[in-house]
Design a protein around this ligand. Structure first.
Ligand SMILES: [Zn+2]
Length: 134
């Protein structure tokens, strides 16, 4: 059934996408490890990014600057208070067993992006935008 038929029946189609982008920073989100491609294996890792107990993350300022720039480009509200949350869960290829993301207080929220489709301009809403590291 296409969207016109769904609309005639009183339904509204709402799709949500989680979009990830890799920023062109020189170091990772929470440590000074380089992000250069092509190095030897297990060289670009430290106690912070490998999730060793007691290792404390330090936020990469360049990431926040990129996030704010993207938020402004998407007409988002830029928060004055932001925080990261640790989500603990088991996954076979995630040995540290947690992910750091911005579930409750993202850097940017409530923006939009306009696209052209079928000769019409449509506004795509942006719910939240913030840093996440797996
Ligand atoms: Zn590291």
């Amino acid at each position: 059934m296409n969207s016109k038929k769904l609309k005639q029946k009183g339904y509204i189609v709402i799709l949500g996408l989680e979009v990830h982008a890799e920023l062109s920073t020189k170091s990772k989100l929470f440590c000074g490890c380089t992000t250069t491609f092509g190095g030897a294996v297990n060289i670009q890792v430290c106690p912070v990014c490998s999730g060793m107990p007691g290792a404390l993350p330090k936020l990469n300022r360049a990431v926040v600057e990129y996030a704010v720039k993207l938020g402004l480009a998407l007409d988002c509200s830029i928060t004055k208070y932001s925080k990261f949350d640790r989500k603990n869960y088991f996954y076979p290829d995630l040995p540290k067993a947690y992910q750091i993301s911005q579930l409750y207080a993202p850097i940017c929220r409530d923006g939009h992006m306009e696209i052209e489709t079928d000769g019409q301009t449509k506004s795509i809403g942006i719910l939240a935008q913030g840093g996440e590291i797996i």
